[in-house]
Design a protein. Sequence first.
Length: 102
Amino acid sequence: MEQLLNQLDLNLKELYRKALDADAILDELQNKGQARHQAIFPAPSIFRISSQRFMPYLSETAEQVSAIRQTQQFNTATLELVVKQLQLLHKTLTDFRAVVAK
C-alpha cells in the first residue's frame, strides 16, 4: 500500500509544477483577452469541481490521495478514479504545453 501511495505522490508532485506554469500562462492569456474558456474539463467530467485553472483539479485529486493515506483503506473504484484523474491531468497539461509552444 505504501508503495502505491508513494507512486501517487510522485505523480502529484510532477503535476504540481506543470499546473502552476500552465495556470500562469492562462492568466497571461486572459489578461490579453484570450483564454475565454469556462472550464478546463467541461461537464460531465470525472472531477467534481469546475475551474478555468488546473490547480483546483490537482487539489481535488490530492485530497483523494490524502484521504486514502489517512484511512489506509481504499476501494478499487476510488483508486481507479484517482488514476484516471492523474492520467487526464498529465495528458491535458502535455497537450496544453504543446499548443502554447507553437
